[in-house]
Every structure is written in C-alpha cells, then in structure tokens.
Design a protein around this ligand. Structure first.
Ligand SMILES: CSCC[C@H](NC(C)=O)C(=O)O
Ligand SMILES: [Zn+2]
Ligand SMILES: [Zn+2]
Length: 434
C-alpha cells in the first residue's frame, strides 16, 4: 500500500470512530449509513437486517467463484461501551491522532471498530490486486454485543438468513497484546450472572441472635471468597491461565434501609440515620465465568449446598446462564491444532504476513463468538494488535496507526488463505471442507 492510500485508510478509520455508537443509545443509523458507503466503495453487496427494532445488522457479501463451498464470516460489532469523557486526554469520539506518538485515541479503537474497518480495507486491497475468492466472504457489522448480543448475534444465528449463508468459519474479536505476539482465542468462559438472597429474622440492632439475614449472607460471602482465592491462586502460581479457572466476583451487595431522621443539637438541625434495625433480607449479585473445562455439576452443587443452601433460608436466581456446551452437547470450543484445517490456514497466513501468533487461549470474558460456537461452528477470536496495552473498556483507549495498518496486511493474508479452496483436503470432524 502506498503512503497516500495508508493516509486514506487512517482517515476512514477515524471517520468510523467519530460516530457515537456508545451504549445505551448507539447511533446505529449513522454507523450503518457510513459502512454502506464503505461497502459500496469496496464493491461489496449489502443488506440490512433488522432482527430487533432499531438495531440494524449490516450483512455484506463478496461473492466467491464457487458459492456452494462453505463460506467465511468476518464479524464485528458496531456498538461500543460508554466512557467518562472528562477522564480522557482526548474526547472519546474525536479519534484524535497524536502526531508525537502516532496513537489514535477513541472509544472503539481497540474494541472493535479497528477490526471491522480492517476487514473492509483488506478486501479493498485484495480486489484492486485482482484477487477473486473461491468461497463467498460475508462481513457482518452487528449491534448489541456490549449488552449481551440478545438482540444481535443471538437471533442472527437462528435466522433463516444466517442459515442461507452456509458459514464454515467465523472470525470475531480478540484482545490487544502488549508483546510481539498476537493473541488468538479458540473458546471463551461462559457468563453466569446470579443473585443470592438471604432471609432471616429481623430484630433490634443491639441484640446478638442466630440466623439473621445479614449473618446468613456473610457466611455465603466468606465461602465464595475462599473459593475465589483458590481459583485466583492457580492463576497467580502460573498453574492455570486466566481463561482456565472459574472467576467469581461480587457485582453488588444490598441489604437494610438506613432510616433517615432529623437530629437537633445546639439548636442546629442535622440529617442522620437510625441504624438500630437488623434487616430481614440481604442480597448479593455475582458475576461468575465458567471455563469450558469446568466440572459444571460440581460447581452447581457448590452453589446449592454451600453458597445458597435453603437450610439457611437462602435462595438464588440466575439472570444469565450460558452453557459451556454447544447445542450438540460438546464443549463449545474450536480445535486450535492440526486436526482443524482452518486453524492451520490461519496460523500460516499470519506467519506469512510477518506476524506471530501466541499460544491459543480461552477468552476470559464474553464475545459474540460464543453464539457461533454454540450452534457448532468453528470461530476464532482475533484482533491484530501487538505491542499494544489492553485498553478495551478503559479510559484513553487507543491504537497506534502503524499497528492498525499492519493489521490490514495481516487480514489481507488471512482472507486470501481462507477464501481459497484447497483441492483434496477434507475434514469431516470440524465440518471444514477445504
Ligand atoms: C455477557 S455479555 C457481556 C459481554 C462482555 N464482553 C466483554 C468483552 O467485556 C462481558 O464479557 O462482560
Ligand atoms: Zn468487543
Ligand atoms: Zn467490549
């Protein structure tokens, strides 16, 4: 790519970053209008699906020579998380390019507007070099990821429109890497969000008695803390990776109602609280992440018997519970070894573009890739950002312009490799007929 085309690519990236698609009120209409223009410039066919009102999903296609082959889906989400603009050095939707450092500051610069635009830039370059894919290449720009995907990819994978795409492999987001190697993810932990409620006898604040709601809940909190420490110790000692343990974190604690009151002292009125009542209910919210290798029954038993036993007047309720298995009862993981021809192609393509892949990992949080794996499709999480601090959802999220440009080259290589049919190679296990 020439310096002038690099400069144009950077400008287009900045333009996308400047569209405010922050939850909870993303400007999806502006994002889709911009992306439709970009798709037209890249010579791609475009359709907008509205699987939930006001949440457009943009589906682009680069038709292949042999459209009956399984296709490739390049996915990215258009929404971003909110920010606290006053805590940033540059406004989060300015996409300011710091000339001294080469960094582009914006919410979404890492998560994950970079990836969406890199797909399009790579396709532009491949097209202008005369490359024609064998397979259909689909590019999706989806809404709703940051709030769970329940009105984005979750209904999309169940739609007839998706079925018609005959997808063989999905690429979705990964994480930045502070080192030289790119990170790549073949699975993720499943989110379990739940509340535990304790009930107990209310009583006078001066009285010591057994079985109060607070005491009940604190026993649970202590048990959870012990378990949390045991898991965290495995990570600290290096025995296990972050994505291989069960994480448990307290999202909130709620109990009691301090009763506001007015006090008088030296003829002045003060507001204060009466705190001599022990509450009859107390509650904790938990964010648990369960790796595909976890013994789910044992964890559920721990919850029922140790953390929320009915014998101590405790109850629990799941707000979100994703299975660690796919719809066929197998762990929802994509083989990242020589048994999976897609993996071999990906690994080789990154290498031949001058990049290095780290050891494949389990994504510690959640991405839309889980919905594709759930229906049995192979999916890799990959965002080509090396030498970059992990700033997703953080203040001053940025991506260096050279890393962004390097990523376009990486995707050129990846798309070329994945789009090309290799005669005589077939792998029934992974459903990948190459
Ligand atoms: C359960 S849907 C929420 C998705 C969010 N994803 C990331 C990458 O932070 C998370 O893991 O909390
Ligand atoms: Zn993301
Ligand atoms: Zn995110």
């Amino acid at each position: 790519a020439s310096p002038s085309s690099d400069a144009d690519a950077i400008s287009r990236f900045q333009e996308y970053l400047r569209i405010d698609t922050a939850q909870p009120a993303p400007d999806y209409a502006a994002a889709v209008a911009f992306l439709r223009d970009q798709a037209a410039a890249a010579g791609l066919e475009a359709r907008t699906l509205e699987l939930a009102a006001g949440k457009p999903l943009l589906l682009l296609r680069w038709p292949g020579r042999r459209p009956s082959l399984p296709s490739i889906l390049l996915n990215s989400h258009t929404d971003v998380v909110p920010s606290e603009p006053h805590k940033w050095d540059h406004p989060p939707f300015s996409a300011a390019l710091d000339e001294a450092t080469g960094r582009i500051y914006a919410r979404g610069s890492q998560d994950m507007k970079c990836v969406g635009m890199q797909y399009l830039e790579a396709i532009r370059r491949l097209r202008s070099a005369g490359f024609v894919p064998d397979r259909n290449i689909y590019i999706t720009f989806v809404p709703d990821e940051e709030i769970g995907g329940h009105e984005g990819v979750e209904p999309f994978v169940l739609s007839k429109e998706f079925k018609e795409l005959n997808v063989g492999l999905v690429l979705d987001e990964g994480l930045a890497s502070p080192g030289e190697e790119y990170r790549v993810f073949y699975a993720e932990r499943s989110p379990w969000w739940l509340t535990i409620k304790a009930k107990g006898a209310p009583g006078h604040g001066a009285k010591l008695y057994d079985g109060s709601a607070m005491e009940n809940l604190m026993k649970t909190v202590e048990a959870i803390r012990r378990f949390r420490t045991s898991q965290f110790d495995l990570v600290k000692s290096g025995e296990k990776a972050e994505g291989d343990v069960v994480s448990v974190n307290f999202a909130y604690l709620k109990a009691g109602t301090p009763t506001p009151t007015l006090l008088i002292s030296k003829k002045l009125w003060y507001t204060g609280f009466v705190m001599n009542l022990q509450p009859s209910e107390a509650e904790v919210g938990l964010d648990i992440r369960v790796p595909p290798s976890a013994h789910v029954e044992a964890l559920e038993r721990r919850l029922v018997e140790e953390w929320a036993p009915s014998s101590r007047n405790l109850t629990f309720e799941f707000k979100q519970k994703m299975s660690v298995l796919d719809n066929f009862g197998k762990p929802a993981i994509t083989p990242a070894d020589s048994t999976n021809p897609w993996w071999l192609l990906l690994e080789e393509a990154v290498k031949s573009a001058g990049g290095k892949l780290g050891k494949p990992e389990i994504f510690p949080a959640s991405t839309d890739a889980r919905y594709f794996r759930q229906i049995g499709l192979p999916a890799f999480g990959f965002s080509p950002m090396a030498n970059t601090p992990i700033l997703l959802h953080d203040h001053n999220e940025f991506l260096h312009k050279d890393e962004y440009l390097k990523g376009i080259g990486i995707y050129e290589s990846i798309i070329k490799a994945l789009a090309t049919h290799k005669d005589g190679v077939k792998d029934d296990e992974s459903r990948a007929e190459l």
